[in-house]
Design a protein around this ligand. Sequence first.
Ligand code: GAP
Length: 614
Amino acid sequence: MPAKSLEQVRNLCMRRGFVFPGSAAYGGVASFWDYGPLGVELLNNVKKAWWQDAVYARDDMDGLDAAVLMSRKVWQHSGHEATFNDPLVDNKKTKKRYRLDHLLEAQTHEVRAALYEATGSEDVVGLVHALMGQPGNAPMQLHSAQVIDPANGEQGDWTEPRQFNLMFQSHVGPVSAAQGTDEEKAARVYLRPETAQGIFMNFAHVQRSLARKVPFGIAQIGKAFRNEITPGNFIFRTREFEQMEIEFFIKPPQFVAEGEKNDEQWHEEWVQQRYRWWLRYATPPSAGNVEMEETESRFRKRAQAADELAHYAKATTDIEYLFPGALGWGEIEGVANRTDFDLSAHSKDVPEEDLKRLKLEVNKDSNEKFDYFDPDAKARYIPWVIEPSAGATRALLTFLCEAYHEELVKEPTKQEIDQIRSDAAMIRKNAEKKVKEARKDIEAGKEPKHQPDKVEAFLAQLEDVVARLPASLDEVLLALDHEGAQNLEPVKKFRPPTEKFMEDCTRTVLRLHPALAPIKLAVFPLKKNKPEIVELAKSIKQKFQKHFRTVYDDSAGIGRLYRRQDEIGTPYCITVDFESLEDGTVTVRERDTMAQERVAIDDLHDYLLPRLEL
Ligand code: GAP
């Protein structure tokens, strides 16, 4: 089962260094988050997996990294300055502020029905349009319908709803003029609310510099900023986030030749392609068919209704994930057919019929026409665009929720405890025999296979632990780690099932796809006071850290170290033990199955690389 609440994921993120609240020393600042040592690795891996799929794995894509700040004119002509708004309303009594649509959705059926009747609308979207379109009347209508403030459950004293632009403003250079004056407006810039416009601005640069033929696309990853009214649900909706966007330029419908894909087919193809990407990285290689089906049931494609579409879109299909708890289904990516809206909006000399079709004004500011001469169609046109747009930070949350598995502390049964006791008895019998043999060897002046004192010290510890079962359950592995337990055959035999049993009792595991895992490999010495073992473990760490994130840890017993790595999704752990010194092999333990294998140190590279899917 994946995470049951966002709280579980949030706790893990803070505890283990994935995500921290921003500006925490000053009490934090609403909905800004910092990505810690593990968070930055995971986020980088998400972006890498996206770039790999969007750019490297294709013949028709190039990358871009445009500036965050662009001319204000970009946002005027894209339509964002006029329409990138949320409708807001305040309760004068409680001073609470709401997005009008959210407030209406929180009302009872009766309250909404009264408003539908008064305004002649049929749904919340229509209601918002109606209320915004009747300046002066809305407060009275909200009052007559007895619209409740969810904060206190009482009827509110509502202000006139107003549009609130979501773009953060700043200024280039020093500006002292008041807001709205010509001087202020001339210096005004916006932090981009989508990375897409940087791609449109560079369409001609990329096409000409690389002599690209349509169809081709441009991919970009970068920060976006929205002054969201209702940020929240941890990092799901934030005011600063990261997007991974593709603008894929295609022929306008009238130039599509026989056998070529039209805009709707390209749209569908991108929806499928992106959906597959999400499933691929949400499913660890260890997943069986049942688990894969369960994962797939938490992802869906949903075509937006006409009244949900952004001002530029002919059609949009959202890819959604079923987040845990109250959040439920949430958009993780939108795949939009933006037609020729944006490139036309930023072009001069666009034919009048196209301006009319796209509901655009003549652009008198632009000195560029974003058109393209198609050598096959022997025609010049402004390309259409299919836009798959995903959130990188939202993807991180999605993959964490899906990967999170909490395996509850299991009360061991009497039978399981008896099994440990009988295993311990077997170990004791064998160890006592080995002690006798070792003493004989010493008496005969031969090199003993075991150190009798150490084996006896181990037996004393084991006896103590077994006597206190089940309270001492978490000390069993610790006892098996004892120096005197090394090279005792029954210990070797019983360690894997005992370890498995202990981990089954309590374990949180992030079943992340290995390509996304923040740390790929953890190396442990079985004994931190054995310099040869420590040295060998560190040398293995050094060998692999050149290739991928590898850590060395000797701060606890092996069982605990495994659990710590499980909790952060490390796909492989290596334990170096006494046998390693003798035969050059180590124990490699896989995170999801907990299966252990002895692998020669020389073969580790070939063993790990394909399994990590890097
Ligand atoms: N260029 C199109 C565009 O920006 P969008 O649906 O507004 O479309 C695309 O955003 C994706 O960006 C969303 O599917 C989501 O993953 C992410 N996103 C949007 N707003 C966000 C926010 N406030 N916080 C985190 N991610 C956000």
